[in-house]
Design a protein around this ligand. Structure first.
Ligand SMILES: [Zn+2]
Length: 457
């Protein structure tokens, strides 16, 4: 479509020139003048949008050369979209700017040199004066910085202009239909925000592979950085809430008296795993439990009654497995039925075991320390397994416990009355906003309900 437009413009100019050339009564001098006027009129009549194409300008330049026009051309601004194989030199040569002029910019200073690193699919703005001389060069190097080179007699002033950044707080709400990854994205949350929710803030309290059901709700208040009103990136989560089966889990970002920034429940309980130094509920974020902990299970391969001393998580081959708690790797290798196994000793009381791995994370050896949440290996089906899955065991004082229901140790949070009062004062505005958001959606839902009812009437 675009190409056809340019083509017809090109033809338009050609025919305009051809028409004046075929006018028999005009002298060669007059003819030249007529050509110039025709071309100038044609160019002037072209909406500015067409001025953005290098094709058009290039063709116009060729036409002017063909017509041997010496008359001055109107000054113009070209917004050139940089192509994969183009360089600053090749682009400028399209508009008749020579290498000498180019060097005056690129060698002017450090900023000038940055003009040689152009990204494809971005726009380079070229301004030509009425004598076809380069007047200025403008390039948005990134979301914040614009490189500007402007002619100052025979030289160029080269500098960078930075736009102002603004931060704002956004409240986003959504309802679970599929899972948080899908519905969070639908609600407008970035992947980074969703990861913070699942891997950091609620990793302890919510098992995202099992606990969320359709109809559960989430509300997130987070920072967003804007450049002149446009969204640049999302920042920290300031407060968040999940309502799961009517039960509320909320967390507010807060810098504690030790200077540590973490998340607390409205009651002042630290909810973040790294700062709680205990265990994640499951080693894989979105996996489905394919076989539960059962001390009287019939084994799927041997068909004998054999205790299933752990939980199986069905997951694709290669899915990363997280250490559910920090500790020391005390075993990494093969065990007959279990295939590739990693065992972590967390302290004298707790151990966790991960089996059927396709491969290990080779960063860790026996004796290595691993942090909570770090990848120890990847899901596979080594050993006796009917399909790719993780077999996960949790041992307390040497006895196998159901990792889904075992009471996990909780690190006591300082509940100094003074600190708590200060925290509650700081967190109150966020809790109020979360509550208000929930009551507002409740009203919307009631409206919807009545709307549906009245539709039927
Ligand atoms: Zn198993």
């Amino acid at each position: 479509m675009k190409n056809r437009l340019y083509q017809s413009l090109f033809l338009g100019i050609t025919s305009a020139i051809a028409a004046s050339a075929s006018y028999a009564l005009i002298t060669p001098q007059n003819e030249k003048q007529a050509k110039t006027e025709n071309l100038a009129t044609t160019i002037a009549a072209i909406p500015s949008i067409y001025d953005t194409t290098s094709d058009f300008i290039e063709q116009a330049i060729r036409l002017e050369q063909l017509a041997n026009l010496e008359a001055p051309i109107k000054p113009r601004t070209i917004h050139h979209e940089i192509q994969e194989d183009e360089s600053l030199a090749s682009i400028l040569s399209l508009y008749g700017v020579d290498k000498k002029t180019l060097r005056k910019i690129t060698e002017a200073n450090k900023i000038g040199a940055r003009f040689t690193h152009l990204n494809p699919q971005t726009i380079l703005t070229i301004e030509l004066d009425k004598n076809y001389q380069l007047k200025s060069l403008i390039y948005d190097a990134d979301n914040v910085n614009t490189l500007v080179a402007s002619r100052n007699e025979e030289q160029f002033d080269v500098h960078v202009e930075s736009r102002s950044l603004d931060a704002q707080e956004i409240l986003t709400q959504g309802t679970i239909e599929t899972n948080l990854a899908v519905d969070g994205k639908k609600a407008g949350l970035s992947v980074e925000i969703i990861d913070q929710l699942t891997d950091k803030i609620f990793a302890w309290d919510i098992d995202f592979s099992q606990d969320l059901n359709a109809g559960d709700k989430f509300t997130v208040i987070y920072e967003e950085t804007l450049v002149e009103g446009r969204r640049l990136k999302t920042g920290n989560i300031l407060a968040a809430e999940f309502i799961i089966g009517g039960k509320s889990y909320s967390a507010i970002r807060y810098q504690n008296s030790q200077g540590e920034v973490t998340y607390y429940s409205p009651q002042g309980k630290n909810v973040v795993r790294e700062t709680r130094k205990s265990f994640l509920r499951s080693p894989i974020a979105y996996a489905r439990v394919s076989s539960h902990f059962n001390l009287h299970r019939r084994h799927p391969i041997s068909h004998r009654i054999r205790a299933h001393k752990g939980v199986d998580y069905a997951a694709r081959n290669g899915t990363p497995i997280q250490a559910t708690g920090g500790g020391k790797i005390i075993f990494k290798g093969r065990q007959s039925g279990y295939g590739r196994v990693v065992i972590i000793e967390h302290d004298s009381q707790y151990k966790s075991l991960y089996a059927h791995l396709s491969r290990f994370n080779n960063r860790y050896k026996v004796g290595s320390l691993i942090k909570q949440g770090e990848t120890l290996g990847f899901v596979g089906q080594s050993g006796a397994a009917t399909g790719p899955h993780l077999h996960y065991e949790f041992l307390v004082n040497g006895a196998h416990k159901n990792p889904v229901t075992v009471k996990l140790p909780q690190t006591e949070i300082q509940e100094n009355k003074g600190l708590l009062a200060r925290f509650q004062q700081k967190s109150r505005p966020y809790i109020e906003r979360l509550n208000r958001a929930n009551s507002e959606t409740a009203i919307i839902n009631v409206d919807k309900f009545f709307a549906k009812k009245s539709d039927k009437l």
